[in-house]
Structure formats: C-alpha cells, structure tokens
Design a protein around this ligand. Structure first.
Ligand code: ADE
Length: 302
C-alpha cells in the first residue's frame, strides 16, 4: 500500500497525480479513473515528464525526437528540455549506478518539478521465460543489495525516508497510470528484432519486477537467487534509486527496461553485442508511452 507522505503540502496537480496511483487490486478501475481524472491532471500541470537513462545510447532516440529543445546544465549535468508529441519532456543521462542515478533524479525533481519520471534503458534478464530483447514494464522495483547480509543470505528492508522518517517499502510500485500507458504502447510499438542472423526474435513486452544494485550481474547463481527471492524479471543498476527519490518526493515514476543479456556468465559478451538495439527498443517503448499520453483527448483539451 502506498503511504502518504506529509513533509510537503502537495500542489493540486501533484495531489491529483499521486492519488490516481492505484493498487493492482484496483487495476480494473483504471480506464475509467484515468479518463475522468488522470490524463486531464497531467495536461493541466504542464509539468514535464522526466526521462532518464544511464548512458548516451539509452537516451539518444528520445533526444532526437525532442522539438523546441533547450539545454540546461545544472551541476555539470546536461538536461535537454523540449517537447515530444507536444508533451513537455526533460531528458538527462544519469551515468551508471545508483548513486549517480539518485543525484541526477534529485536535480531533475528540484529544478524541473516533473509531473512524472521514467527511468529507461537496458537490463539483464533474471526470469528464465524471458530472452534478450524482451521489454519489461516495472510494476515493482526494489534494491536487491539493500538490507542485512548474513551467511544465511540477504534480508531486505526499506530504509527510512530522511525527509519525514516514514519507512520506504522494499518494492516501490510503478505508477499505475504510467504502467497502463506503457502497456498500451507495448501493443502498438514496432520493435527492432534482436538476436543473431539465424535466430531473430521480435521482443515480447511484459509487466514485472525490476531489481537494482551496484553490480553488473554475470552469475547464473545470483541471477537465479534474484528470481527466486524477489521474483525479479530483470536486474539493472539505477532504477530503484530513481524510483526511491521519486517516491520520497511524491513524483509518479516508472521503470522500463529492455534485456541486453541474461545476467549469466555470457552477460558481458551479450551486453556488448546487444545493448545498442536493446537501448533503442526501451526508448521506443518510452516514446510510445509519451504518444499514448498525447493521444488521449482529455489531455489535449486542457
Ligand atoms: N544492465 C544490463 N545488463 C546488466 C546486468 N547483467 N547486471 C546489471 N545491470 C545490467
């Protein structure tokens, strides 16, 4: 259950946005709720959607789609603000790892007041049913390396939010409206096929669990543990940090990842050959999500 934080009185828009984040159990109410309230709220805000990727390749496609682009450097970080499909957006590169991701997300939130944030890019697959190229829309995101470690294994916990001392969850929920829009985008977006010449696959799009830690995983044993312990579909190195900062600042957030490898002993080689196409496919889904937002009549009327 999403806790309400009390450290700052939310603006009307933020209040609106936060409160339409529904639990999975109430997902059936979505379409109606979104059409009546959600889309209008996002449009009214005029606040940009922040889009973050760790590397230049991960944000390249989004940047190339921005019109009326203006660049702004804050603490040395380049933020490109403009529009995609007439929706205000700000795109930035976080660099690799959770500390970098947290730093850039904080700058984004403080300087641009985004109405929503999407963290996107590549990941290692941890679900045996998924393959390189598949795209995961994170319904839940967790730090896999945060907790207490004993010889019996890892016990994970949510740390306290230093802003108001409430305890963070182990699994941060993806914003339900964004999950819905990304799911719709997944049904219409054309992805680049991925794989070898002998065996090319059209990517599948699934909703699932993304876990983050400050390590590049290339171990079948750890991959299996992440799947068994956390139900993880994918592992990467930034998403949970972005989501945690957004959670603590009450900004709706979503993580979207495309698998570049399977986080096993071949991960480094697979990553090298596949990360560019995987990065483009993650970006395609995010572009599609922005288009979904733009194509909703209620959003354009405001
Ligand atoms: N990003 C892409 N592949 C990854 C892996 N195997 N581990 C962590 N982050 C990743």
């Amino acid at each position: 259950m999403r806790k309400e934080l009390l450290h700052q009185p939310p603006s009307a828009t933020r209040f609106f946005l936060r409160h339409k984040s529904l639990s999975r159990r109430r997902a059936f109410l979505f379409p109606a709720v979104c059409f009546i309230t959600g889309f209008a709220a996002i449009a009214q805000a005029g606040s940009p959607t922040g889009i973050l990727g760790a590397s230049a390749e991960e944000i390249m496609l989004l940047q190339s789609e921005i019109t009326a682009a203006e660049e702004r450097y804050i603490e040395g970080i380049r933020f490109l603000a403009g529009q995609i499909e007439e929706q205000p957006v700000v795109v930035a590169r976080t660099g690799v790892g959770k500390v970098n991701a947290a730093m850039v997300t904080t700058l984004l939130v403080e300087h641009f007041q985004p109405g929503a944030v999407i963290a996107m890019g590549v990941a290692g697959g941890t679900n045996p049913a998924l393959f390189p190229g598949d795209v995961i829309i994170a319904e839940r995101t967790a730090h896999h390396d945060l907790g207490s470690l004993s010889s019996e294994g890892m016990r994970r916990w949510g740390v306290r939010n230093p802003i108001d001392d409430s305890r963070n969850p182990v699994f941060f929920p993806g914003d339900s409206l964004l999950v819905l829009l990304a799911g719709r985008a997944g049904q219409v977006v054309e992805f680049e096929p991925i794989g070898t010449e002998e065996e090319e696959r059209i990517p599948r799009v699934v909703t699932g669990v993304v876990v983050s830690g400050d390590v590049f995983v290339r171990s079948s044993a750890l991959r299996a543990r992440l799947h068994d312990d956390l139900d993880a579909d994918a592992v990467e190195m930034e998403g949970a940090a972005v989501v945690q900062i957004c959670w603590q600042h009450r900004v709706p957030c979503l993580v979207v990842r495309c698998l570049s490898d399977l986080a096993d002993e071949s991960a480094e080689t697979d990553y090298q050959s596949l990360y560019r196409v995987a990065a483009r496919n993650a970006a395609r889904l995010v572009l599609g999500t922005i288009k979904q937002l733009a194509s909703v009549p209620a959003a354009q009327e405001n």
